[in-house]
Design a protein around this ligand. Structure first.
Ligand code: GUN
Ligand code: ZN
Length: 427
């Protein structure tokens, strides 16, 4: 196959931006070229310096070429739950989410929704996600198979839950251990797949199941752990009743050895100082889910406080508690929700977060999240003038930071001109 060269304006981060004007944190090439060979980035440089003989060239000028977006927390079985009215977390789970998730006992349904989900992410410029399946092993099986077909780098796991849910959605401690072990054996490290051990949250796991999660984490140090933490006040109260010996919510997970640098804690909104400090000490990741936090009325995540405490942080859609598949929409809502706390994150930091920041949180920065030679060619092409409204606003834009903020505030899947998965156009 000939090399593929993408031409356009190229943006990739080197470091977390220190502020609005931190131009040292990124590399921007006004007329750049990215050479792709065998699914990887072979070169990223000024277009004029590239040897173009024999290569296929796709001219994306004047669009902006960035690393594919990364979504650090989403639920693929909730595609038909998204946009469900009038409930907060625990009622929303009971009324909308659990009934929908029971449908994933059917492998055909799993396959259909998994395919839709991955194609929807691609259409929105997202190339990697950390994904919850349902309790059914076949839901994870279908998801990994669909990701493999598309050659997408995905982190996913079968949910473990053995109480406080309909009978049809409950496994048992031993079966959850056995099913998870089998899925890890089959999928973890196969192609671009990574497994996440996925106890849904403390409420839906008995202490016996938490012990199984502990064993799984101990026995599979290369896997991730994903769960939910301190999302909603009623959830926290019930967790305290169910685990009265724990000092706080995070301590439940600590008692079962679930903390660490590969552990992803969705929401992490209502944390005590002790919990924050413990998250920081253990390198655990707090995952900000702004559209979901607003939609379910869960609360206001404290970015500045977590940063100050030294907690590693990621950002995510949390579809279908979250309301949009787009990381642009997510950054926008994330910005607004932080404004309500008197915090604002600058556009460089936002775009860093959705790329290299999330890649680092997932410990995948050697493969994705930048446009560095040697990494996988997961790439998103953004059109800052995708709509009339954006084009008109762009007439007054004078800097890259302003352009990024327009993309984040006004953009969605229409602003994604193309998405490359391992070097192949996939949108
Ligand atoms: N906590 C436990 N399960 C879920 C879920 O599916 N979505 C959200 N937002 N929170 C949860
Ligand atoms: Zn979630």
């Amino acid at each position: 196959m000939p090399d593929l060269i993408l031409r356009g304006r190229v943006l990739s981060f080197r470091e977390e931006p220190a502020g609005y004007d931190d131009t040292a944190s990124f590399r921007y090439i006004e007329d750049g070229g990215i050479r792709i060979r065998d699914g990887r980035i072979a070169e990223c440089a000024d277009f004029s310096t590239l040897e173009t003989d024999g290569a296929e060239i796709v001219d994306h000028r004047p669009h902006l070429i960035v690393p594919g977006f990364i979504d650090a927390h989403a639920h693929y079985p909730q595609m038909q739950v998204i946009a469900s009215w009038g409930a907060k977390l625990l009622d929303w789970l009971e009324k909308y989410t659990f009934p929908e998730e029971t449908k994933f006992s059917d492998p055909d349904h799993c396959r259909r929704i998994a395919g839709y989900f991955l194609d929807t992410l691609t259409a929105h410029g997202t190339t990697t996600a950390a994904v919850y399946c349902t309790v059914h092993p076949q839901s994870a099986e279908a998801f990994f198979a669909a990701a493999e077909e598309r050659n997408m780098a995905m982190i996913a796991g079968k949910v473990m839950m053995d109480r406080h849910a309909p009978e049809a959605l409950c496994d048992a401690p031993q079966s959850s251990y056995d099913d998870t072990t089998a899925l890890i054996g089959k999928w973890h490290g196969k192609g671009r797949a990574h497994y996440a051990i996925t106890p849904r949250f403390a409420i839906t796991s008995t202490p016996e199941q938490m012990e199984m999660a502990e064993a799984l984490v101990r026995e599979n140090p290369g896997c991730y752990l994903q769960t939910h933490l301190s999302e909603n006040k009623a959830e926290i109260e019930l967790t305290r009743e169910l685990y009265p010996q724990a000092r706080d919510y995070f301590d439940v997970y600590e008692k079962y050895g679930l903390l660490g640098e590969r552990s992803l804690f969705g929401h992490a909104i209502h944390l005590t100082h002790r919990e924050r400090d413990r998250m920081a000490e253990t390198g655990s990741v707090a995952v900000y889910c702004p559209t979901s936090n607003l939609f379910l009325g869960s609360g206001l995540y404290d970015e500045a406080g977590l940063k100050e405490a030294g907690v590693r942080r990621a950002i995510a859609t949390d579809v279908g508690g979250g309301t949009n598949y787009s990381m642009l929409r997510t950054l926008d809502e994330g910005y607004k929700a932080l404004q309500l706390r008197g915090q604002n994150i600058d556009p460089l930091r936002s775009f860093y977060w959705a790329s290299l920041g999330n890649a680092r949180a997932l410990k995948l920065e050697d493969r994705i999240g930048t446009l560095e030679p040697g990494t996988d060619a997961d790439i998103t092409v953004l059109d800052s003038r995708a709509t009339d409204v954006m084009a008109l606003r762009m007439e007054t834009v004078k800097s890259l930071q302003e352009e990024l903020f327009v993309l984040q505030t006004l953009g969605d899947d229409r602003a994604v001109a193309e998405t490359y998965i391992a070097g192949h156009p996939a949108k």
